[in-house]
Design a protein around this ligand. Structure first.
Ligand SMILES: [Zn+2]
Length: 264
């Protein structure tokens, strides 16, 4: 069988040392989704790989695969962007860690997913710039849940259909992945994490806005924490486990900010 050669763009989500001089990489590719590849001799500072195979590097890669069951070989890598702030700035590093960990837990090798690829690139691009890091994490998680089949239902109460608006307070049920209104909480014994009407409206807008316009969204701090609170808990439910990096992300917050884990 002839080897297949694949040229695509991708973002490095994991690197592991292998043997004396090799690196095993997990790359999230535009074509082919999450892909594992081995870079032979990469740790012997071969010129073709120098300073390129860092965590979060955005690359153009050439992958050679002998057969569908063998690990791909990284033949060439050209650096599009290093996203250096994601490795140097502690807040941006922890935000990128949450995004990376969530992506690795929620995706599988070889499942092509161009929307998730574009979202990942969007998130790392804005973390490398001036966008507040918690805002990037929140918007990433909101959209990513949708792309992996767990879109939060934010238009009305999942139990009675009572529509959301800015004057009402709803709860968010992680079990149902949707809103539950106050009267259903009291009469039907449903439970939910508190979510104000303004936060719901902001999330509704952010769910369907074109990706390129998302950075324009101005999100008040209170809404940001409410949204992070439900997305953190919803993610824990969807994945069936917690994201270890959340603890690290929380430790970077100023003392004055609200600890979203305290809100019930
Ligand atoms: Zn209801």
């Amino acid at each position: 069988m002839n080897p297949t050669i694949r040229e695509t763009d991708g973002i490095i989500l994991d690197t592991r040392e292998h043997g004396e001089s090799d690196l095993i990489l997990t790359i999230f590719c535009r074509d082919g989704g999450r892909s594992t590849a081995i870079a032979k001799g990469a740790r012997k500072s071969l010129r073709r790989f120098v300073n390129k195979l860092e965590l979060y590097s955005f690359l153009h890669v050439t992958l050679r695969q002998r057969n569908p069951n063998s690990m791909a070989l990284l033949e060439e890598a050209e650096l599009h962007a290093g996203f250096i702030r994601l490795r140097k700035d502690i807040q941006r590093y922890t935000a990128a860690s949450v995004i990376r960990e969530f992506t690795l837990l929620a995706t599988r090798e070889g499942e092509a997913d161009e929307r998730s690829y574009a979202l990942l690139l969007w998130a790392f691009h804005h973390l490398d710039r001036e966008m507040p890091h918690l805002q990037v994490v929140m918007l990433f998680l909101l959209r990513f849940h949708d792309y992996i089949g767990y879109r939060p239902e934010l238009s009305s109460c999942f139990h009675c259909g009572n529509p959301a608006d800015t004057r009402k307070v709803f709860g968010f049920s992680t079990v149902y992945g949707g809103l539950v209104c106050n009267s259903c909480v009291s009469t039907n014994n449903r439970s939910g994490i508190r979510l104000s009407g303004h936060t719901i409206m902001m999330l509704q807008a952010a769910q369907d806005m074109p990706l390129k316009d998302l950075y324009r969204l101005e999100i008040p701090e209170q809404q940001l924490y409410e949204a992070l609170n439900i997305l953190h808990r919803y993610g824990r439910h969807v994945l069936g486990r917690d994201i270890i990096s959340w603890t690290m992300l929380r430790s970077t917050l100023q003392a004055r900010t609200i600890d979203w884990d305290i809100q019930r």
